[in-house]
Design a protein around this ligand. Sequence first.
Ligand code: GLN
Length: 257
Amino acid sequence: MCRHVAYLGPSVSLRSVLIDPPHGLYRQAWAPRYQRHGTVNADGFGVGWYAHGDPDPARYRRAVPIWADESFPDLARVTWTGAVLAAVRSATPGTDHGTAAIAPFRCGRWLFSHNGVIDGWPASAARLAAGLPAGALLELEARVDSALLWALVRDRLRRGDTAAAALAGTMAALRAAGVTGRFNALLTDGQVIAATAAGESLWYRSCDATVTVASEPGDDGPGWAEVADGSVVAAAPRQVSIEPLATSDTDGRITVS
Ligand code: GLN
């Protein structure tokens, strides 16, 4: 499965968040330490970040392993930001492989990533798609389970949910529809980070004016805390809250009651 990370805080280089940490996202592409499913994340990578004074994020996505992009370290060294969300991908079988299928997905100021799988996709997802407003399916960026999950979350954001409520509500809707899978989601608007731990590893570090939420710690330094499976996180600098999701079984997989 994929690995993802989001950072909020004082302006830093993309490199210092993604590449420099000894076990950061860059290294997690080939040597993740806490990944429960899959071994490498070589099916592409994506970075979304917010430039000073512009609420809408920029994205850089490539359908190659992050280590194979010779330009990315340079780009990451000179690009500074106070808010970033990035992912390395291990594609679920049967999904698109192009750039459009690679997180982060975007809508307006929102960036979204999914670490996991919708079991039985795409057949199982038909039940979920039926609940979406007409047109939402046409907005899917790619034929991938994560894009459908993003459509469900985005629909709730449009209806006024907070980031954490949109994720928790989507998890409840999946459960109500009898759809199983692993649903670690990561969402930001550059001001707050919301995330779910639902079948895969999730950690956070809140330190002074910075907060990082990641699939796994980027270093062995102090301050990292693991998020219990079946939780939703709402995080901003100096402010992290963790609530239980409605229901998950002992494996953390969202289940049908
Ligand atoms: N299902 C998503 C994809 O195919 C996420 C995969 C993952 O977490 N490895 O991109």
